[in-house]
Design a protein around this ligand. Sequence first.
Ligand SMILES: NC(=O)c1ccc[n+]([C@@H]2O[C@H](COP(=O)([O-])OP(=O)(O)OC[C@H]3O[C@@H](n4cnc5c(N)ncnc54)[C@H](OP(=O)(O)O)[C@@H]3O)[C@@H](O)[C@H]2O)c1
Length: 285
Amino acid sequence: MENKKILVIGGTGMLGKPVAQQLKAEGFNVRLLARNPDKAQKLLGDGYEIVKGDVDNVAALRTALTGVDGVHISLKGGPSEADFDRMDHLATRDIAQTAKELGVGRVTILSAYAVSEEKADTPESSSKLKGEAALKSSGVPYTIFRASWFMESLPMFVQGKSMSLIGDQIHALHWIAVEDYARMVSKSYQTGETLNKELYIFGPEAYTMGDAMKIYADYTGVKVSPISTKMLSIMGALTFNTEWKSTAVLMKHYENWGEDGSPDEANRLLGVPKITLKEWCEKKE
Ligand SMILES: NC(=O)c1ccc[n+]([C@@H]2O[C@H](COP(=O)([O-])OP(=O)(O)OC[C@H]3O[C@@H](n4cnc5c(N)ncnc54)[C@H](OP(=O)(O)O)[C@@H]3O)[C@@H](O)[C@H]2O)c1
């Protein structure tokens, strides 16, 4: 890893920061592209090279991508349709094309398990699919991580003492801890076998969203409160809350689509994720 430099885009984010930290811990030189370098420095501390820039700015991308061996993308779009397109599709396209032009060795990206032609029924999933397609057609070597739900998402459903279970979430999901995922991303940079692959990142146990929330609620003392996607959508429309409307669309998508794809290849190449939901909750306490 010595002398290998990886650019992390989205390194201040919930799922990007642990990847930047893990890469650094394993001996990579880590560069961050950050809109606000001071915020990035405060969040991640010393030992990172920080380049100021926005993914909308191709000149800034070019500067950030110059001289790196790889780039990891961990961006988040939404809640508007245009913003999903901007972040999940166009930014990925521009990063991939610039990386190809500059001869960067690989681009890795966090995508999601419910991203495929069949499942492209929301602005987010169709933008992610277009982003994946642009990455593949750019000609730069790539690895796409199609991850299941992260355990770190659970607190996002909590407001006060209540945790919203949105929609009829019947599918069993392999909840993954970001710590396991970050280790897998870092490992992917240490083997050529992960190139030009879509890898499914699934945690060690499967729970429906309701069961996962019950476990989390038991540890944190919150109460799980079901709400339908329709009700959330109506509440969003009445209060002009675009975040609620977008969340209703997202959760409807997850009502429809469970996990398919197999984690076997990712687990063989990158090591089996081990952290269970209960262990994660205990650590969080
Ligand atoms: N939650 C899950 O269970 C799950 C599962 C699978 C996949 N995912 C996907 O994981 C991705 C990352 O999610 P997250 O929760 O880590 O998101 P997040 O915390 O919002 O982080 C997003 C990152 O993108 C950066 N960013 C945003 N706009 C930018 C711009 N114009 N130029 C440069 N950087 C910009 C942010 O930087 P600032 O600090 O400047 O804001 C931040 O570092 C999402 O696409 C999500 O769909 C999530």
